[in-house]
Design a protein around this ligand. Structure first.
Ligand SMILES: Nc1nc2c(ncn2[C@@H]2O[C@H](COP(=O)(O)OP(=O)(O)O)[C@@H](O)[C@H]2O)c(=O)[nH]1
Ligand SMILES: [Mg+2]
Length: 256
């Protein structure tokens, strides 16, 4: 696909970049996400979509798209498994040396992809799309959402020194060099994979590029703003901390 659609799928180069999307009922957003990704100037890429049993036509769209483009790669899982689990499943089948994780609801603008890739190619091991870096914006949000977002960043900063070095440690939009990836225990469920990547970067360069978090215009958020969500998040932070301790205990050097 990427770069040279006119040459047809058979001629498409092996992907350097794997874009991993987790979806649950995103039929009204996903086609536009894919279209806008295709409009970007990017190295050869694949789009891996891990869908957890959508019933709104997301799968029918994916089946159709994958028929004409082998670099659209649906991964089907039956039943919701949380965003982090779905993203891990996608990373597990990624073939690019560079991986970008993004949401499929247009809150993460695909127009940012070229500058994220540029950071990775320029030496960053991890690049976070940041709502709080100068020039970025969290967009309009409710007071509850403000509270959850800041509380999440604060909890991360308390437990993880790595989180203190960036402005937006819980961004859901980020890219990394696949060589830093350490497969996570399947028992780790949750919503904030960036916490684990900050730990996996383990001293290598981490950068941020500012972006505006767009309001969701189609479909509903599936992330619950509730005490159950807070409990799950705090468990995630603790598990990221445990991974950190394991890495340090094992003496794994930043160079890997
Ligand atoms: N595969 C999968 N995707 C999910 C799940 N929950 C949410 N998503 C997707 O993860 C992305 C972010 O979810 P969203 O509900 O918008 O979270 P929010 O932006 O934090 O409100 C979207 O692309 C969703 O479709 C899940 O359990 N499984
Ligand atoms: Mg969203």
């Amino acid at each position: 696909m990427s770069g040279a659609p006119s040459e047809g799928p058979a001629a498409a180069a092996q992907p350097l970049l794997s874009i991993v999307l987790a979806t649950f009922n995103e039929r009204r957003n996903l086609p536009q996400v894919v279209d806008r990704i295709r409009q970007q100037r990017l190295p050869p890429f694949e789009i891996i979509v891990v869908d957890d049993g959508s019933t709104d036509g997301t799968r029918e769209f994916l089946d159709e798209a994958a028929r004409s483009d082998p670099w659209i790669r649906p991964v089907y899982h039956e039943g919701k498994q949380t965003t982090v689990r779905a993203q891990c499943q996608g990373i597990g089948v990624a073939t690019g040396r560079l991986v970008v994780i993004m949401d499929a609801d247009l809150q993460h603008p695909p127009e940012l992809l070229p500058s994220m890739v540029q950071q990775l190619q320029g030496g960053s091991a991890l690049v976070l799309a940041s709502r709080y870096a100068p020039g970025g914006s969290p967009g309009p949000r409710t007071l509850a959402r403000w509270f959850y977002s800041h509380g999440a960043a604060l909890a991360a900063a308390i437990y993880l020194p790595e989180a203190r070095r960036v402005k937006d440690p819980v961004s859901g939009y980020f890219g990394f060099r696949r060589e830093i990836w350490i497969p996570l225990d399947p028992k780790i469920r949750g919503y904030k994979l960036s916490l684990f990547l900050l730990v996996m970067a383990n001293g290598r360069p981490v950068t941020e590029v500012p972006f505006r978090f767009e309001p969701r215009t189609e479909g509903a958020s599936k992330v619950t703003e509730s005490s159950a969500f807070i409990g799950m998040y705090l468990r995630e932070v603790r598990l990221a901390r445990r991974l950190r301790n394991e890495l340090h205990g094992s003496g794994r050097s930043p160079a890997g």
